[in-house]
Design a binder for this molecule. Sequence first.
Ligand SMILES: CC(C)(COP(=O)(O)OP(=O)(O)OC[C@H]1O[C@@H](n2cnc3c(N)ncnc32)[C@H](O)[C@@H]1OP(=O)(O)O)[C@@H](O)C(=O)NCCC(=O)NCCS
Length: 384
Amino acid sequence: MVALYGSVHLSFVPEFSPGLEGVVAAETAVSEVDGANGRLIYRGGYLIEDLAPVANFEETAYLLWNGQLPNKIALETLRRQMTIARRLSDSARGAMSALDAQTDAMDTLRTTISAQGATKTLTTPSLEEAIALTAVVPTIVAAAHRRAKGIEVIAAREDLGHAANLLWMLEGKEPSAERVHWLDTYLVLLADHGLNASTFTARVIASTGSDLTSCVVGAIGALKGPAHGGAMYAARTMLDKIGHVDNVEPWMQKAHEEHRRFAGFGHRVYRTYDPRAKILRELAQTAAPDLYRLAARTEEVALKILHEAHPERPNATNVDFWASVVLTGVAIPKELFTCVFATSRVAGWTAHVLESLADLRIIRPASLWKGPQPGIKPLPLADR
Ligand SMILES: CC(C)(COP(=O)(O)OP(=O)(O)OC[C@H]1O[C@@H](n2cnc3c(N)ncnc32)[C@H](O)[C@@H]1OP(=O)(O)O)[C@@H](O)C(=O)NCCC(=O)NCCS
């Protein structure tokens, strides 16, 4: 049998998989999502629950880029490189100030990082660029926030790490060690996650031989959607709307009857509890005790409804649900949640792009033609 896929005639009929579910589109050693067993493994074979209590974001990013954890000297070098790269270029400042101060923070991030990485000629992705793009994200996020508030933008501090610098640049106050730890844990947990939508986007762009900034800009666009990175904002908004433990049951039932999705639940790959959600749930108890109580009741009701609706499909709690509670405890404004996700995931995006350079082949899947066959419909030339 000959099938027409796009303009390509194939002598076999490939299986169509909506959402590319179950399709293997890359080989990677950056991270592995073991959905059946609820495990997330980072480069080098580290389980996320072993890494998160001992590594900070810089060490995790180094691991994803280089395949091993840094020694003292390597970490110091990385910190110095990041310190230099936290400054915005003149073009980036110009691009940001051309935007209305009330622009969505993710849009400001996308535009400003595009200007920060703009070059005169096409460049090949490099580790130096990966470090520079990762380092500058908090600077842009904090500046976007302070511009929107109409207050002066604050420069990063050389003596603070990545997580602490984000809080410093947002607030202009020395953050407590506890809040830095909560944020750092979040950044470590979210740094990579297999071939999720934004990472796939970055790899598709890289596969054309394009530059690293373009990959990151595309990935930011993919992350923004509520089915992906935007779910954390949606989860917090859902908790805000529910407002009180007494409202949980009726609110969730109504949402279910109206076929609205519960933000922070369900996952394409996990068939059991998301291991990152487990760690963040634990942290949420101390980070935001009041919101934790409401969230715990919401989770209980959501899982019951989801199980009754789809007993065959374990729509469990995903990372975004409990992350929204932890970031509330860190006092990150919810409008910045997706940007904070990008602050972490940029390490994974760039690690994937660098990895893909070793075996670059353009990603170009087929499509299933559902229009009419040529020749069936006469050309409408009579009216000319
Ligand atoms: C993550 C997500 C996009 C995965 O989607 P997917 O793998 O394509 O799963 P499907 O959309 O095929 O869902 C399968 C069934 O479970 C239901 N379902 C999945 N997630 C659900 C949710 N959060 N709330 C209610 N029902 C849900 C779907 O409605 C569908 O049932 P239906 O066939 O009766 O409509 C999806 O679970 C979702 O939209 N979750 C909410 C957003 C979110 O938290 N995203 C962050 C992911 S880390």
